[in-house]
Design a protein around this ligand. Sequence first.
Ligand code: ADP
Length: 631
Amino acid sequence: MTTSNDTHQRQTLGFQAEVRELLQLMIHSLYSHREIFLRELISNASDANDKLRFESLAKPELAAGDTDLAIWVEADPKAHTLTIRDNGIGMSRAEVIDNLGTIARSGTAEFVKRMSGDQQKDSQLIGQFGVGFYSAFIVAERVEVFSRRADLPASEAVHWESAAAGEYTIETIERAERGTSVVLHLRADAHEFADAWRLRSLVRRYSDHIGFPVNMPKEGQASLEFEAVNQGTALWTRQRTEITEEEYHEFYRHITHDSTAPLAYSHNKVEGKREYTSLLYVPAAAPFDLWQRDAARGLKLYVRRVFIMDDAEQFLPLYLRFIKGVVDSSDLPLNVSRELLQHNSEVESMRSALTRRALDMLSKLAKDEPDRYKSFWTEFGAVLKEGLAEDPGNRDKLLPLMRFASTANEHDDEDVQLADYVARMKPGQERLYFVVGESLAAARSHPAIESLRAKGVEVLLLGRRVDAWVMDQLTEFEGKRFKDATRGDLELGGLADEAEKARAESALKESKALLKRVKDALGERVSEVRVSTRLKDSVACLVGGEHDISAPLRRALEAAGQRAPEAKPVLELNVEHEVVKRLDGEADATAFNDLALLLFEQASLAEGGQLTDPGAFVQRLNRLLVRLAAR
Ligand code: ADP
């Protein structure tokens, strides 16, 4: 039973199950890169100072008496302790319980699942999943936290302590100082982290880009004199030329908790009518929640160096949700809220400029480092592709960034880009052909591209749900129109030679009666039956009308529970195929009907469709087999 009085007393509480599991993993499976705990704790201290600075905009009294925000790192080699202190926002008792006893975010279970036993990978994961504070237990057998929230009296400070064995204790204490101290009692095998020299170099590495001084005791002095060991200016406010690549990478780790180096970054100051600085990064690997609708995305927003919010999503479009970074505006008001960001012309114009910056950064990566771009494409290509539909205004920048599987590169499986496709076009070819299948394999073996393939005409192959929708929005690239090989006329133009045309014409004349018989047998299932120019080996295929919705898009819509507009396909027959010749010679009406329907059904299957009546299909097939056997 808790009475209100109890909440001031000492309590022992259990960690949430996920935290317990996490702590076990942390303690028992991480031996390399143990120093990452320091980055996490300094990061937290810096965030706490950021928050105080932000809250004191509205309530200056919060910072009163102690306006110089900083971080202190101090070791006691004899006691084997290491203390990280800030004079930031601090935590109330309830916040300590929430923040240091549970993990609110949905990613934790995912994190625990992904722990691989490979230490290097796992220590990278730790940061990525934002389990920063608990990393203290990599090196500490016992951790104490002393904290006072800026808006609470000294009598309402908190002391938290845990040896990670499933539980922690918490009590209310008296503490004059605002902010938080984290005291690590180092494990016997981690005493090195109390070594002044080693600590100094680590702290410098992990804090040089942070906008607060990180103070350590002066070298060789036992006194209480401190000095800053970092520059204490936020990285993005410095001159590009003065920042090393390693510093850019370290800052990336600070803001993302991702310890894999980014693939690219772009740092820009905009001056003039609008003033802001942006620092954008392209991560090397997709986060686990890239496809979760409610996943956090966006940039860290600062206004005139003051941290305002994380995940400001208004500065980049959805299809660039993988971009990380910081934007610092000189023009936005300090009290800007999420709501305000949504309807702000200033933000609008920053968004379009930042979008272009991000796309330029990707173009540069594609041009200068094709191998790195390739790995970018593998991770984020499907997301970037959404931009073709979401952001038609930037299509000219987006199209060259697209990569496609193609019939031209079936052997080495290398993706191609549109410029290369155009350069390889056959004489007389006027269209950029593509086909969308239910999978890449289905696209590759789609009957509708057989004759194109036979002519050596390249076809782009697409095999994802989103492709049907995306490709539908495209009209042209460098003046060449896109052409879905499964819809309308193939528009072969100069690709069809005279002999071919003549053959097609005579085939049409000779097949007139057959086409009508097949159409009668199929009735309303198809809008038309015609002689195909697409097929080579297959006997039949289904083709959509030029302006009809494509079959994969129809299936995607239906799968999403939406109604797709009515449209009947055309059945195309390969009149040179043995089966069609047999069909033509079939006098028995039932046999003819069976065979005609089977052609229609196999054409549906070949393009990835489903049979409306699989039972009837099987019966027809069996009747055919019996007839064959009887011959
Ligand atoms: P993250 O920093 O990714 O949120 P952590 O486990 O490192 O995850 O921290 C959990 C939460 O604990 C933080 O979000 C913050 O609210 C709180 N916290 C941690 N360290 C401090 C600190 N030094 N001062 C104030 N709050 C802190």
